[in-house]
Design a protein around this ligand. Structure first.
Ligand code: SF4
Length: 338
């Protein structure tokens, strides 16, 4: 019986780099996008430099590219794999670095030629039948691409994930979601509640999120949102995280100005969590699981924390940001900005 008050990630086995202890992977949906030039992949985090003929991968870059029936006409960036619709994959010359997407009906009805390492099986909750579960149980190459057209996306996906959990199969799951809304705020809210809820519940070894306004998919926004939801769910940290108090009458310094100063020095430190709290009365408790804390402890006085432990008490505010940076450097968690 799972403890409903504790985080447990559903146990899965690894297929390629998906599942088991791997961080959730991000799949970019590009099957309806015109990707003609290498430069077109900049929207999903892969920057091509023609001068050096090299790719640069951002911290937030898609690791799998779902190209559907339109494979790239050039070699995909190192570290990525294309996912192609099954018939397209069958005809493709590189059937190792490309992997097939097989609709569940095809997966069940015949024994199609498959990839030796990874096969993506697309299904919905109604497809999760005893036949499918039996087949998945014996297949160590399958990754489920799970989706729902229900208005209640979270509920139906949660039911599907629970079914997989109770069946005891360890097939990794990529959560597919298409969202359309008139405003970015609405897209953010829906992505956070739909996907974030599942990730916090311990479900999902990857995401394929596509967001936009009507038929127009915004690839860059989809990618950013996917990574932000993963970070907010604490399942994949790709940037610095700041926890700052809302500020109140007890605040002992200009919280906004100080937060932006700290951010300007530290926003390249991937995975570091910094708490910036207005007062010592409630600040240490409110910054929860931050790695470092910058807490007002008197007029023009700051106390610095490593986790919940005080490292420097009541130091002058002038120079406190530099002292915080020195602590991070001492801990070996500092990298120079590139
Ligand atoms: S940490 Fe202190 S200053 Fe910040 S909101 Fe809480 S009580 Fe107010």
């Amino acid at each position: 019986m799972r403890d409903p008050y504790a985080y447990h990630r559903r146990k899965t086995h690894a297929v390629a780099s998906i599942g088991a202890d791997n961080v959730p992977r991000v799949v970019a949906r590009l099957n309806n996008t015109s990707v003609l030039r290498m430069e077109d992949l900049a929207a999903v985090g892969h920057i091509y430099d023609p001068a050096s003929d090299k790719w640069m991968m951002r911290d937030q870059a898609a690791e799998f590219l779902y190209m559907g029936e339109r494979p790239l006409s050039f070699m995909a960036p190192a570290g990525t794999r294309q996912i192609l619709d099954y018939d397209t994959w069958l005809r493709h010359e590189d059937r190792f670095y490309c992997v097939p997407l097989i609709e569940v009906s095809g997966y069940l009805q015949s024994s199609p030629e498959c990839h030796s390492v990874m096969n993506v099986i697309r299904c919905e909750i109604r497809d999760i039948t005893p036949d499918l579960i039996d087949k998945l149980r014996a297949d160590i190459t399958a990754v489920l691409l799970l989706r729902s057209d229900s208005h209640s996306y979270y509920t139906s996906m949660r039911m599907a994930c629970d079914t997989l959990l109770l069946s005891g199969i360890a097939t990794p799951v990529i959560l597919e979601h298409e969202l359309s809304a008139p405003s970015v705020d609405e897209l953010v809210l829906r992505a956070a509640t739909d996907l974030g809820g599942l990730l916090v519940d311990g479900f999902g070894d990857g995401t394929m999120l596509s967001v936009g306004n009507g038929d127009e998919v915004d690839e860059a926004l989809s990618l950013r949102l996917a990574y932000n939801v993963l970070q907010a769910a604490r399942t994949r940290m790709t940037k610095t995280e700041y926890i700052s108090c809302p500020s109140c009458g007890r605040t002992l310094f200009d919280l906004q100005e100080t937060t932006s100063l700290i951010r300007s020095h530290t926003d390249h430190l991937k995975g570091v969590k910094i708490g910036i709290m207005g007062c010592i009365v409630n600040g240490p408790g409110e910054m929860a699981d931050a790695d470092y804390g910058y807490v007002g402890s008197g007029p023009e006085r700051i106390t610095l924390y490593r986790g919940q432990d005080i490292v420097q008490r009541n130091i002058p505010a002038a120079g406190a940001v530099e002292a915080l940076m020195d602590i991070i450097k001492t801990d070996g968690r500092w990298v120079e900005r590139t």
